[in-house]
Design a binder for this molecule. Structure first.
Ligand code: 13P
Length: 252
């Protein structure tokens, strides 16, 4: 079912003490806020997952991971598997973030493997896609997103695909303070929904949540979320301050 989702990607930020403080401030705000059926997802670094899943038992948010291994288990030093995440109470996992594509050279094939392993372990993948600035300047942004989705996801069977969440994150908007305009976001989200419809049919397309990410903040979230095909946000910098993150949740 199509859900409104606001997910906070903490990236590689916060010490344990700071993470404890932030999650408690968010919890206090969530307790007060009328949540209007919005799914709030907190994606801390692996090291703070247990902290966040412990508190989540008494609060109204879910926990997501920022990455997962593309292998099932075994001798992969430093990796964390989908099965491990599931055993910690993790319900979502970001895959294909542009930072992982760029710095860790994640490939489409690895993303397919990650999506499959997550789904096998009852974790919902949040699949990131989005073009670089030169792609947009050359009017190739639709082609890039089409390829990213097609290559990594369109081999999944419909029942699996139906569980995915898509996050459109134009790379030029991430951490830059330059947000896609509401029209640019809506245009791409509608395009993504049309691609899903062509591949998997209208019903699955209608029910897929498509989030926007890239300099989404307390000031611009309302305008972005007001669009018909924008079902929420994947928030970076602005989720590191509880008051800003809570305002974004309240923007629906
Ligand atoms: P910013 O909100 O800092 O631009 O980051 C967005 C993002 O990458 C979320 O995954």
């Amino acid at each position: 079912m199509r859900r409104k989702i606001v997910a906070g990607n903490w990236k590689m930020n916060k010490t344990f003490q700071e993470a404890d403080e932030l999650i408690n401030e968010i919890i206090d705000g969530l307790d007060e806020a009328n949540q209007k059926n919005i799914n709030v997802v907190i994606c801390p670094p692996f090291t703070y997952i247990e902290l966040c899943t412990d508190y989540a038992q008494e609060s109204e948010y879910s926990v997501g991971a920022q990455n997962v291994s593309n292998n099932d288990s075994g001798a992969y030093t430093g990796e964390v598997s989908a099965k491990m995440l599931h055993s910690m109470g993790v319900e979502y996992c970001i895959i294909g973030h542009s930072e992982r594509r760029k710095y860790f050279k994640e490939t489409d094939h690895e993303l397919t493997q990650k999506a499959e392993l997550l789904l096998k372990n009852d974790i919902l993948p949040i699949f990131c896609c989005g073009e670089l600035l030169p792609d947009r300047e050359a009017s190739k942004h639709f082609d890039v997103v089409k390829q990213q989705l097609g290559n990594a996801l369109f081999g999944l069977d419909p029942l699996d695909f139906a569980k995915l969440i898509i996050a459109y994150e134009p790379v030029w908007a991430i951490g830059t303070g330059i947000t896609a305009t509401p029209d640019q976001a809506q245009e791409m989200h509608a395009y993504i929904r049309a691609l899903i419809s062509d591949k998997y049919g209208k019903e699955i397309a209608k029910n897929t949540s498509i989030l926007y990410g890239g300099s989404c903040n307390a000031q611009n979230a309302k305008e972005l979320f007001a669009n018909a095909d924008v079902d929420g946000g994947l928030i970076g910098g602005a989720c590191l301050k509880a008051t800003d993150f809570l305002k974004i949740i309240d923007s629906f």
